[in-house]
Design a protein around this ligand. Structure first.
Ligand SMILES: O=C(O)CCC(=O)C(=O)O
Ligand SMILES: [Fe+2]
Length: 346
């Protein structure tokens, strides 16, 4: 997966990042995950400590558990790296997966496909299912060629910059989700202005890089995972720091904030998840069909109904097939310093 070009180390810089990246990426020997922090299995939890969330008393966002039930941790070696164990109610991740496959890849958002083929205004999901209904995971299907989408201010991979006039509207639902999580971790003024969506397959990886192109580094970068598992590496501000490895599974949220905002990170490995775990994540049996039965008094019933309707969409079988070979990540960024103009090009 070629999104970020690997950032070269300086001539004298000791690189302790790459050997660990390679250790998890290589497929010529059995994978040793004994050092990987694993919140599901309870492995290596001595490397983390509990992180205290702010229960802001905001009305519940459809499909998320109340903040008081979330389990959040930070890395002891870098307390700015936060990890929230899947806070979604069973079934509701279908909503985000469906948005990521059916809607966010539409124009005016920018897709990797735009650079090398003219896909025009067609819906990528609809085209893929019309040409590859029997095997959406065929490597020739448009969905399997989709690798990234940018929205809000578009991140330009070549120059590693954002531009004042290069932007698409930031989708309201993702903005609400980003702001909700940001408030819970102590950033109530966070303003989602750009998102990068990554679509990985089982042989994909993302090499070590930092995300420093945003103008406000005091705002966190909030990242969501859906579908197959990933091993995520989180290092330091130079490659000299040995990275820690952590499993990211469907529904998990991680955050790079404060002392971890500008650190090197990577995804050396995508792995097939335990099918039973994801079956539970995507199971609809707990979901009340009508908004009247929503238990939260403060729940916005129109928004709730809209989400629940989507959960029952009849192409979930195809989506689930696609997701069995895919990990979807979206990460939400604030680009601008509050109350300041977009800086002039230098
Ligand atoms: O897929 C991930 O978890 C990380 C993605 C990432 O680092 C990025 O898009 O900058
Ligand atoms: Fe990144």
């Amino acid at each position: 997966m070629a999104t970020y070009a690997e950032e070269e180390s300086g001539p004298d810089e000791i690189d302790n990042f790459k050997p660990i990246f390679k250790k998890y990426k290589r497929r010529d020997r059995p994978l040793d995950v004994s050092d990987v922090i694993d919140f599901d299995k309870g492995n290596n939890l001595d490397k983390v400590e509990k992180f205290k969330l702010e229960d802001t008393g905001q009305s519940l966002l459809t499909g998320l558990k109340p903040v008081c039930e979330w389990k959040a941790y930070c890395l002891k070696s870098n307390p700015g790296f936060l990890f929230i164990v899947n806070p979604f109610d069973n079934g509701y991740q279908r909503y985000w997966v469906s948005r990521c496959v059916k809607d966010y890849p539409c124009r005016p958002n920018v897709r990797n496909l735009d650079a090398y083929m003219d896909v025009g205004d067609v819906n990528i999901w609809d085209t893929a299912i019309s040409t590859h209904k029997d095997d959406i995971t065929d490597k020739e299907s448009l969905m399997m060629k989709l690798r990234w989408v940018t929205m809000g201010y578009h991140y330009h991979w070549g120059t590693k910059k954002y531009y004042k006039d290069s932007k698409a509207p930031f989708q309201e639902d993702m903005s609400r989700l980003g702001r909700y999580v940001a408030s819970a971790i102590g950033y109530p003024k966070f303003s989602p202005e750009a998102a990068v969506l990554n679509y990985y397959h089982l042989d994909s990886s993302l090499s070590g890089h930092t995300d420093h192109s945003e103008f406000d580094h005091s705002a966190p970068l909030i990242s969501f995972s859906f579908g197959q598992d990933a091993i995520f590496l989180i290092g330091g501000e130079t490659k000299e720091t040995e990275p820690s490895a952590v499993f990211l599974r469907s529904g998990d949220i991680c955050v790079m904030s404060a002392s971890a905002r500008l650190v090197y990170h990577a995804v050396p490995r995508i792995m097939e998840t335990d099918p039973q775990r994801n079956h539970r994540c995507f199971d609809l049996s707990d979901i009340k069909l009508d908004s009247e039965s929503c238990t939260s008094a403060s729940c916005d019933s129109a928004a709730h109904r809209h989400v629940v309707e989507r959960l029952h969409s009849n192409d979930w079988d195809l989506m689930s097939k696609y997701l069995s070979q895919t990990r979807i990540n979206f990460n939400i960024r604030q680009v601008l310093v509050p109350d300041r103009e977009f800086p002039a090009e230098t």
